[in-house]
Design a protein around this ligand. Structure first.
Ligand code: RRO
Length: 303
């Protein structure tokens, strides 16, 4: 059997459904030393704001069972550096679609960021981050409010002709309500999920492990919840869903696709094993063959 692992995502043809998640791959420069980046379905770059940001105080990473926590706080070099330095360097070592993840502190900032990345060579889509758990303003506060989620989506759509994917926080009561609001605002797809707000305590110090008390939990620990939310959103909207949350092997990709995902993002796994993405991509057709699956379209949303 010949397995087809190509997918079409909001009009973008991907050679496979696997892309590194924003924030776990920087702008590709460290990973280009490890493998040929053009093996990837797409690359989602680290969230970028208008102004450069240093992020939160250290420590801002912690390991925990079946996952990790981060409170990076949107560290990034700012949009000018992204466009003038990071994108050109990425284009030197990668020839596939780039998805630019943008993060603003107002709908207007989101709009200006969208206008800035629109038309940049190889940028095939924008991912709108309304789900960062680690900033006091904006971030997941926007993504918990359906009206604000819709407004930001509309503002981004006004400023670009690229497909727009909105990345949602799981820290809400009903994620389908937010997904529907983004769809109503013109979103071309929904990426989910970002991290869960969490707490790890150092018993001797009687203090949180991270300098900022609460940090975002990611990794295999969250995969079953991510699958449930991807499935709920898949059934609630008529636009494609990008599944994120604890994916570390080919079987996880197939689970996400059965739950309804058109494509997937691999996050924490990159930090554990830098070869995670190419290994998943290589294994995927073999697992499909073993399971009698001839294409991803055949199994999408069967649950
Ligand atoms: O930079 C971060 O702290 C961060 C972001 Br923007 C995000 O979207 N998700 C995350 O876990 N960390």
């Amino acid at each position: 059997m010949k397995c087809n692992i190509g997918v079409s995502l909001a009009g973008i043809d991907l050679r496979n459904p696997v892309m590194p998640a924003s924030g776990t791959f920087g702008y590709g420069q460290e990973y280009k030393e490890v493998y040929d980046l053009s093996l990837l379905g797409a690359i989602v770059t680290k969230s970028v704001t208008e102004e450069p940001r240093y992020g939160n105080p250290l420590p801002r990473i912690a390991e925990c069972s079946q996952g990790m926590m981060n409170s990076i706080g949107l560290q990034n070099p700012g949009i000018k550096h992204y466009i003038n330095e990071d994108l050109p360097h990425l284009r030197e070592c990668y020839y596939g679609p780039i998805i630019s993840n943008i993060s603003g502190f107002s709908p207007e900032e989101f709009g200006r960021l969208a206008a800035a990345v629109d038309g940049q060579e190889q940028v095939a889509a924008i991912e709108v981050n309304i789900s960062c758990p680690n900033v006091k303003e904006g971030g997941s506060a926007f993504g918990s409010d359906p009206e604000m989620s819709r407004k930001i989506t509309e503002e981004v759509k006004k400023n670009t002709s690229l497909p727009v994917f909105v990345k949602l926080t799981p820290n809400v009561t009903d994620i389908t309500e937010i997904a529907r609001a983004c769809e109503a605002g013109g979103a071309d797809g929904i990426s989910l999920i970002n991290n869960f707000r969490a707490l790890k305590i150092d018993l001797k110090a009687r203090k949180p492990v991270t300098a900022v008390k609460y940090a975002g939990l990611s990794g295999p620990a969250i995969k079953p919840i991510a699958l449930r939310m991807v499935n709920e959103v898949y059934h609630a909207v008529n636009i494609p869903v990008i599944g994120i949350g604890g994916i570390s092997k080919a079987d996880d990709v197939l689970e996400m696709v059965m739950a309804g995902a058109s494509a997937v993002q691999v996050g924490t796994a990159n930090l554990i094993d830098p070869w995670a993405c190419p290994e998943i991509i290589q294994k995927l057709p073999q697992r499909m063959e073993e399971l009698g699956i001839s294409s991803l379209d055949e199994i999408r949303g069967v649950i």
